[in-house]
Design a protein. Sequence first.
Length: 182
Amino acid sequence: MEGKRLKEDAEGLIERAEILKRWKVEDKTVLDIGAGPLAIIAARDFHCTVTNIDIFEDALRDTERDAAEEAKRITFEICDATSLSYPDRSFDVVISYAVLHHIEVDKRRKFIQEVYRVSKEKCIIAEFTSEGFNKIHAVSDFKAVDLKWLERELNLLGEVDKYSGTLMKVYVLLKNHEIPQD
């Protein structure tokens, strides 16, 4: 998608609100994978109903505490994104902001399949470039995401819009609305 540059924070990461605004995530049901501020921003500023999932209870509890008033529009659930319990097409939009590198390499394809399965309109995956990963996770057990692989996998599923920031790339898989309903 051509257009203006998305605002980035002091660390060079694309601001979450910019992603929501650019890809018109407003008044939607959202599955936000990974505890953090995106769920709060989507509920408070974009009037979304959000389900925020993470495998770590403490992370979800911290986000829930930070949510305050927005908590009434957010459900917090412990859940593994590679094995979602939600029915097909449960959410308008599924968002993963800097989460995929936390997933074991051999489970990343399953993660993408699950994200695609439970979304109706689009899947948004924001992930670090090599430079961004090395800056943020230089000393960690995480493995950087091969962004060429990610783009190929997403292209197999449908039309992909993408955006390159300083240290992150955003991939938006637009769902084919011709998919038959069950």
